[in-house]
Design a protein around this ligand. Sequence first.
Ligand SMILES: NC(=O)c1ccc[n+]([C@@H]2O[C@H](COP(=O)([O-])OP(=O)(O)OC[C@H]3O[C@@H](n4cnc5c(N)ncnc54)[C@H](O)[C@@H]3O)[C@@H](O)[C@H]2O)c1
Length: 384
Amino acid sequence: MMRDGATALASGQSDTTIEVTLPGRSYAIVIGEGLMASAGRRIAAALPGARCAVVSDANVAALYLAPLKAALEQQGIFLGEAVVAPGEASKSFPVLAPLCERLLELGMERGDCVLAFGGGVVGDLAGFAASILRRGVRVVQMPTSLLAQVDSSVGGKTGIDTRQGKNLIGAFHQPSLVLADIALLSTLSPREFRAGYAEVVKYGLIGDAPFFAWLEEDWGEIFSPAGLARRRAVETSVRAKAAIVEEDEREESGKRALLNLGHSFGHALETFAGYTDRLLHGEAIAIGMRLAFAFSTELGLCPPSDVARVERHFEAVGLPVKIAAIPGSQPMPEEILRLMAQDKKVKGGRLALVVVRGIGAAFVEHDVPLARLTAFLARECAAR
Ligand SMILES: NC(=O)c1ccc[n+]([C@@H]2O[C@H](COP(=O)([O-])OP(=O)(O)OC[C@H]3O[C@@H](n4cnc5c(N)ncnc54)[C@H](O)[C@@H]3O)[C@@H](O)[C@H]2O)c1
């Protein structure tokens, strides 16, 4: 459900509100430019009486914590801050425990809220902390990376990684409000922006071929901070994600699983690379989506011309498409398979994989022929 916000912003553009309608836990996702200045007012209106503990990472805090704090203090709702180190390694037990204790030390009560202010790492970590703190306090997501704005801040999946794999410890904990301020994306590094863009492309590849065609045509404008294309890309992505979450909040009917296109491959590669900046999440997903398309062709499902289009587009924007693009040591096919089997998409020893009949036509195959997957991975690992 979508409605245009009435608020005229400094840029002259109004904000957009997309509602996620779920039984007993509906919430609004507000998308706009310059939302940070009004964050205090918006949170106070949505969560009357709640004070906010801001969780952020050191990069985002250095850039934006002071103005955010001022906006919250104006409303008298700033409780304090907890700042973690940037990077995937913060989605871990050793960071979670002191974070929870810090939030308790700030004096968080059940009626207060955690304000997750950062990329997907902060969103997943802070959201999970909120889900277990005092048996659950509310969380407001204020995503600052492209990936977090188009994907991770919406839908309530929270969690941390372990040596065994990504996101294996976590909880569903829907936010009470999401504030996506597009202006904050201007300080994102080009590499991080590109990595987030992989998740934008995902929505086209899953179920919206015209959106993918528009991205092929106009991606250059999305990468430029000026102009409306960036905003349109974020809004289209959020609308797609919100609709899927409304239909299948807990990944039970299979609809939400489509969002995992490329993720079984990608998570395995990310775990192999050790969750470092050797391979960013979005980069792993770009390789993973290309692998999902190529494997679908191998299964006779997808025309090779669509694999070529996906490859061409990722290469045009500077995203990796081959396993060989991972710097340093290379994974063996058996290792990728073992890591894929750890992923949550394994049921009763059978691997379920999101595959495609073409661009915009993804579906879940519940019984992937493991011998074919093994042979496919062996060839992909050997390909330069
Ligand atoms: N919960 C979900 O549904 C879901 C969905 C997709 C991805 N994820 C998770 O999201 C994580 C990846 O998120 P990410 O790509 O945002 O990574 P991230 O949180 O590590 O952010 C990327 C980098 O950009 C910096 N940054 C963020 N915003 C900035 C800004 N406005 N200006 C300058 N620098 C900024 C961060 O400090 C960090 O160094 C992964 O852990 C992934 O598993 C979760």
